[in-house]
Design a protein around this ligand. Structure first.
Ligand code: ADP
Length: 271
């Protein structure tokens, strides 16, 4: 713990005293360090794809005889550009969430439909990787007041991570209502995460395996965005994982009189 001591000689009615003002600068220093790390990370993350693009463009400028090879170079440059766009989009979203200016654009939604949409969106990818998906949703689930696009992004980030960090296996998305909270959990049977990393995973740019994350097109920001969105909805997000067994990420949104549509949206048919 570092502290600054401002010592002031205090003269009052002929008595000489000393006032010691103690500030705790640890928190300030920590924030400053985090800001510096963040800027360094952003610069590095942008520089890497730019360097790649530049070198491929230079090779193309020099002239490449083989049109197939030239095509491949263009594809790599284009792929890297996509990654930069994703990164900048994620950064913009994080900065909006930080400023708390983002008004949540809330409406009553069916979490069941949202989950089914996400599963549909990724069904091709799951098939390609031989990943089975199962969805478990209770039959009676009221509609809940949330920002649809933002919660969709949380589901998208969790589900796409489950696919990214799995080879074959199974992904289970389940919903449960517990003590006025709506829990959504995405569980995979993928590579898992060593225990020592778990507490830091929601930090910006923190990744277990940088190379793997990049290779999979990750920005290292998905979980921190998910956390901010869940926080904006007054919820919390948790992670549990075991190496080589799999990972479970769950979040909840509080259900109150105000954000639940009563007597609505009973899921018809199967759960
Ligand atoms: P990324 O874009 O790198 O996937 P995220 O913020 O979404 O960034 O996740 C941070 C890191 O957490 C990932 O790089 C990965 O190491 C780890 N991770 C996230 N989800 C999973 C998962 N389902 N299984 C294993 N590791 C995961």
């Amino acid at each position: 713990l570092k502290m600054t001591f401002n010592m002031m000689h205090h003269i009052h009615r002929g008595k000489i005293g000393v006032i010691i003002v103690v500030h705790d600068v640890t928190e300030e220093q920590k924030l400053e360090q985090m800001r510096k790390d963040f800027v360094a990370n952003v610069s590095h993350e942008l520089r890497t794809p730019l360097t790649t693009i530049k070198s491929y463009l230079e090779a193309l400028e020099d002239g490449i005889e083989d049109p197939e090879l030239a095509n491949r170079f263009i594809k790599v440059a284009s792929h890297e550009t996509d990654r930069m766009i994703r990164l900048v989009t994620d950064l913009l979203q994080l900065s909006r969430l930080d400023e708390e200016k983002t008004r949540l654009n809330k409406s009553y939604v069916s979490i069941k439909e949202m989950i089914e949409d996400v599963v549909d969106r990724f069904s091709f990818k799951c098939k390609q990787k031989s990943i089975d998906v199962s969805v478990k949703i209770p039959k009676y689930l009221p509609k809940i007041l949330v920002d649809r696009d933002k919660i969709d992004q949380v589901l998208d980030n969790l589900f796409s991570n489950a696919i990214k960090y799995s080879e074959k296996g199974k992904i289970t998305v389940s919903v449960r209502l517990e003590q006025e909270k709506l829990y959504v959990e995405v569980a995979d049977t993928g590579i898992g995460i060593p225990k020592k990393h778990l507490s830091r995973l929601f930090e910006r740019f923190y990744r277990v395996d940088k190379a793997r994350s990049r290779e999979m097109g990750g920005t290292g920001l998905g979980l921190s965005i998910a956390k901010e969105i869940v926080k904006a909805h007054h919820g919390e997000i948790f992670i549990e994982s075991e190496i080589n067994k799999g990972t479970k990420i769950a979040f909840y949104i509080p259900m109150s009189e105000r954000n639940v549509k009563k007597g609505m949206a009973i899921n018809e048919g199967k759960s």
